[in-house]
Design a protein around this ligand. Sequence first.
Ligand SMILES: [Zn+2]
Length: 310
Amino acid sequence: MVRLARFAMCLSCGMALGTPTMLASQTLCPSEGVAVQVLGSGGPRTGSDRASASYLVWVDGRARVMVDAGGGSFVRFGASGARLADLRLIALSHLHPDHVTDLAGLLWLSDAARVEPLRMVGPSGAGDFPAFDDFLQRLFHPESGAFPVLSGVLGGQGRGVRTLPNTIDVTHHVSSVVFEESGLRILAHPVPHGPVPALAFRVEIDGLSVVFSGDQNGSDPAFVEFSEEATTLVMHLAVPPRTSGFARDLHATPDVVGQVAKSASVRELILSHLFAHDDPADLEMGVDEVRARYNGSIRVAEDLACYPVR
Ligand SMILES: [Zn+2]
């Protein structure tokens, strides 16, 4: 219905090459209250209808927080009606490609979209994973980066709005406040994702809270504490039931996802980063296992769907 409304409005506002022109103020999320929009509900495998991990938190009609920027989030961000100028923080859970590969695309020409420096947060490094600030240097350094043309991101002469990166030391197993302004408070917490330095995030505003699990195996009781009584928990259902071995070290199985949601007493659970792209029956089985442990409200994420937080 919203899409129809958008199209109908654009019939009167102009067409470009047969494609409806999008207005920045048109969004799929409500103009009042807090909502989570899923930009990418898929996992690392390619699929026809799910981008890789990415989310927005909307507050009163503006996208204020972006969590992760996996492949496909660039186009979903545009389709969502979000504006770079409205973002207060881009929070990256970890540096697996399916969580970060559209970052450069989003930042390209970002200096034309906003003037205010853009705060970003990501994890410290280990093994195959550079620390977040080093990752940005490797991408955007004016001499040694992959995209010197985007060195404005680091304060250089190239394109891209200046960013203010914050690297969180995941070896300190404590929560830290990474943003606090105008009633919006965002915390980060290290989570176990095999050998990969990784973070979960908690966004708090107006007495409501949204927790993004990131990729993790669900084994740390401290994450349950971090998620305690969240209004909405977005948790990744990245592996099917009875997964074992290395994948189990990386990701929580559906029964663990359900147990975490139950133990944390969250009001609503959104399952995302879904392992099943092709066979809905597999996904259904996973969701049933979650439901066997957690009897609260469960939603299975769809790209661009907007979920009110209340
Ligand atoms: Zn991962």
